[in-house]
Design a protein around this ligand. Structure first.
Ligand SMILES: *Cc1c(COP(=O)(O)O)cnc(C)c1O
Length: 379
C-alpha cells in the first residue's frame, strides 16, 4: 500500500516540504543549523525537537519531500547513500540472508563481501533480471531482504519490480529497491510493490555534484521504519542540515532536469549504437536491450545512464575515454556535467566490469555537442 497524492511529480517536487517559513514568511526554506533545541525543565519538548542528530527542521522538510515523491509514508535521510543502505541492512539479526543483484553499485558488493559476514549475515548475489533465479534463491533458504537495483550499475540491467515484490512477499521477505538511477520522476518502486526505496541523493536529487547524501523511503511507517530511525539516531549516520537544504533545493528542479537528461541520453545512445567502433550500448531505451519491454512498462523514461562496450578491448576504451573532452573522467553521476568512467579501473581489488566498458552519465550540455565529442573520441 502506498500513499497516493493528487499532484503530479513535477508539482510535488516543487511544493513538497516547501511551505513558507511560519515565522518570517520566507519562501525559500531556512537552514536550521542548531544542534540543540530549548526544552522545558524536565526535558519537555517545546517545538518537537531536542538534538540535531535525532531530528531537525531542515531534515524534516527534505524527508517530507522524499516521501511525497516516492509515494511512501515516511522517509529517513542519511549522510550518504551507503549509510542509507547500511542503515537498513544493519537492522538484520545474525543468521539473516539477503539477496543482492549480481550487477550492482560496487559499495554494496564490498559491504556484502567485507562487513555483512562479520555480523553473521549472508549476502547471495543473484541475477535479479531472472525472476526464476530469485524464486529459486528464496526457496533454498529463509531470505529477509531482496535487494534490487534497476537500472543496475554499470550494466543497466532491468529487473521487474512487481514480479520481484510478489516473489519476496510470498517468501516473507522485504523488497528494497535502489532507485538512484531512475529517480521517482521515472520510476516509483513502492507503487509496484516494493517495501523500501533507497537513494543516493548525491546523484540526481542533489543534481550538481556538490552534496553527498542518502535516503530510505518506506511504504509504511511501521516497526521496520521505527527501528531504522532509532538506529540512525543512536549510531549517528545523519545528514547535515546544510546538505539537507542543498538536496531539497535539488528536488525542485529534479523533474525538469530529468526530462533533459533523458532526451540527451536517448540521442547519444542512438548515435553510439550505430557507430562501427562500438560493440554494444547498454541503455534500456534501445529496443535491442533485453530489459526494454519491462523498462517501458515500469519507467516513464529510460534515464540518462548508459554503458558502452568499445571495440578493441581495454586499450581502445581507455583511449576513447582519454580523448573525450565534454565527458570528464570522474566517478559518480547525475550532475549537470557529463561524466565518463572506465569502471574496471576504479572497482578496487575485485573489479567485475568488462575491460572495454565505459560508464557514461549524460549531463545537460547540448546533445549535439555531446554527440560530436563522442564522434571525435571514437575516431
Ligand atoms: C552512488 C551510489 C550509491 C552510494 O551512494 P553514496 O551517496 O556515494 O554513498 C548507491 N547506489 C547507487 C546506484 C549509486 O549510484
Amino acid at each position: 500500500m502506498t500513499t497516493s497524492h493528487p499532484w503530479h511529480p513535477a508539482t510535488l517536487a516543487v511544493r513538497a516540504g516547501a511551505e513558507p517559513d511560519a515565522e518570517t514568511g520566507a519562501v525559500a526554506p531556512p537552514i536550521h543549523l542548531a544542534t540543540t533545541f530549548r526544552h522545558g525543565p524536565a526535558g519537555e519538548r517545546i517545538a518537537g525537537y531536542e538534538y540535531q542528530r535525532e531530528g531537525n527542521p531542515t531534515q524534516d522538510r527534505l524527508e517530507t519531500a522524499l516521501a511525497a515523491l516516492e509515494g511512501g509514508q515516511a522517509a529517513l535521510a542519511f549522510g550518504s547513500g551507503m549509510a542509507a543502505i547500511n542503515g537498513l541492512l544493519e537492522t538484520l539479526a545474525p543468521g539473516a540472508r539477503v539477496l543482492i543483484p549480481d550487477d550492482c553499485y560496487s559499495g554494496l558488493r564490498y559491504l556484502a563481501r567485507e562487513f555483512l559476514p562479520q555480523r553473521g549475515i549472508a549476502a547471495v548475489a543473484v541475477d535479479m533480471a531472472d525472476p526464476a533465479a530469485v524464486e529459486a534463491a528464496c526457496a533454498a533458504s529463509v531470505v529477509m531482504v531482496v535487494w534490487v537495483e534497476t537500472p543496475s550499475n554499470p550494466r543497466m540491467k532491468i529487473s521487474d519490480i512487481a514480479a520481484l515484490a510478489d516473489i519476496a512477499h510470498r517468501h516473507g521477505a522485504l523488497l528494497a529497491c535502489d532507485n538512484t538511477f531512475a529517480t521517482p520522476v521515472l520510476q516509483q518502486p513502492l507503487a509496484l510493490g516494493a517495501d523500501v526505496v533507497m537513494h543516493s541523493t548525491t546523484k540526481y536529487f542533489g543534481g550538481h555534484s556538490d552534496v553527498l547524501g542518502g535516503a530510505l523511503v518506506f511504504a509504511r511507517r511501521d516497526g521496520c521504519h521505527d527501528q531504522v530511525a532509532h538506529r540512525r539516531h543512536i549510531t549517528g549516520a545523519v545528514l547535515s542540515p546544510f546538505s539537507a537544504w542543498l538536496t531539497l533545493r535539488g528536488c525542485r528542479s529534479l523533474p525538469a532536469r530529468m526530462a533533459m537528461h533523458c532526451a540527451n541520453a536517448r540521442a547519444l545512445a542512438a548515435f553510439l549504437v550505430a557507430h562501427p567502433a562500438v560493440e554494444c550500448v547498454n541503455y534500456p531505451g534501445l529496443a535491442s536491450h533485453p530489459g526494454h519491454a519491462i523498462a517501458a512498462r515500469q519507467m516513464s523514461d529510460y534515464g540518462a545512464m548508459l554503458s558502452v562496450l568499445v571495440r578493441g578491448g581495454r586499450e581502445a576504451a581507455l583511449a576513447a575515454a582519454g580523448r573525450l573532452q565534454l565527458f570528464t573522467n570522474a566517478t559518480s553521476l547525475g550532475g549537470c556535467e557529463s561524466l565518463v568512467e572506465h569502471r574496471a579501473s576504479v572497482e578496487g581489488a575485485h573489479p567485475v566490469s568488462p575491460q572495454n566498458l565505459l560508464r557514461v552519465s549524460v549531463g545537460l550540455e547540448h546533445a549535439d555537442d555531446l554527440i560530436a565529442d563522442w564522434a571525435q573520441a571514437l575516431g
